[in-house]
Design a protein around this ligand. Structure first.
Ligand code: TMP
Length: 253
């Protein structure tokens, strides 16, 4: 990796300077962390799966008119993206109560919400990414009211698209987190979906069995994370179907 300059190393990805100005290479690591990196492990193959899955989601979103930073996948672990300035907010959309919302408000996990709920968290690991209000966001100038309107609209469009895609393969999209960036083009700037969308940043439950197919498996030691991500990728047609157990040719009578 000495061939290019590293720009930033996060918990699950590394960003390198891209081949042309205004581009960045996103490298997906196998590292998994939870609870603000209190829990850490390396899950072999996770980076490859998330690279493919994020490509699939971002390409689909682009095709329905949601602007994203995604340009193209380069190889098993890397994708080329447009350089943008990440707004320091994690935008969470929830369809079903789970995780921190269940804990904070005492709503049983699995309770359907009356409508999708959008929340903002301030991206600051030293503070543990606290929940913030729109008023705080505007007052502290992390985003202006027009940005906020656009962010909510974008988050809900991502929710519609992702919910439909998952529903089609028997998976409930419980909630997810996205990050949004400012893309500067001459004198103009526009907001684009950035970072990644993968089972690291979503809650995905099998519609029939309720089985978790996302990073909660790692957070709460519920089984094999790579197998679950492979299951999601296989159902979406992103990875080839697993063989049914027979290896050799079948005998034709
Ligand atoms: P939460 O219920 O823990 O607030 O998480 C809501 C959604 O956001 C869930 O799909 C997992 C995702 N998420 C991240 O992608 N990164 C994070 O750091 C956290 C806390 C949650």
């Amino acid at each position: 990796m000495a061939r290019r300059r590293m720009i930033y190393e996060g918990k699950a990805k590394i960003l390198y300077e891209g081949p042309e100005p205004g581009t960045i290479v996103q490298y997906f690591k196998d590292d998994a962390t939870a609870f603000n990196a209190e829990k850490k492990d390396v899950i072999e193959g996770k980076g490859v799966l998330n690279n493919r899955l994020s490509e699939h989601f971002m390409t689909g979103l682009n095709s329905v008119g949601v602007p994203t930073h995604f340009i193209k996948r380069l190889n098993m672990r890397e994708q080329l993206v447009k350089a943008c300035e990440i707004i320091p907010l994690e935008v969470v959309v929830r369809n079903i109560a789970a995780g921190s919302m269940s804990k904070r408000l005492g709503i049983a996990e699995g309770t359907p919400l009356p409508r999708p709920i959008v929340e903002f968290y301030y991206k600051d690991d030293s503070l543990g990414d606290p929940l913030v209000s729109e008023d705080q966001i505007v007052a502290f100038q992390w985003a202006n009211p027009q940005d906020l309107d656009e962010m909510v609209t974008m988050a809900l469009r991502v929710n519609d698209f992702m919910s439909g895609l998952m529903f089609g393969v028997g998976i409930k999209l419980v909630d997810f987190k996205i990050e949004i960036g400012r893309l500067f083009e001459g004198d103009f700037q526009r907001l684009v979906l950035a970072d990644e969308i993968s089972p690291d940043s979503c809650r995905l439950w099998d519609m029939e069995t309720g089985q978790k197919l996302d990073k909660d498996i790692f957070r709460h030691d519920l089984g094999n994370l790579a197998d679950a991500y492979t299951e999601v990728a296989t159902r979406l047609g992103v990875m080839p179907k697993k063989s049914s157990g027979t290896t050799g040719p079948t005998l034709v009578k």
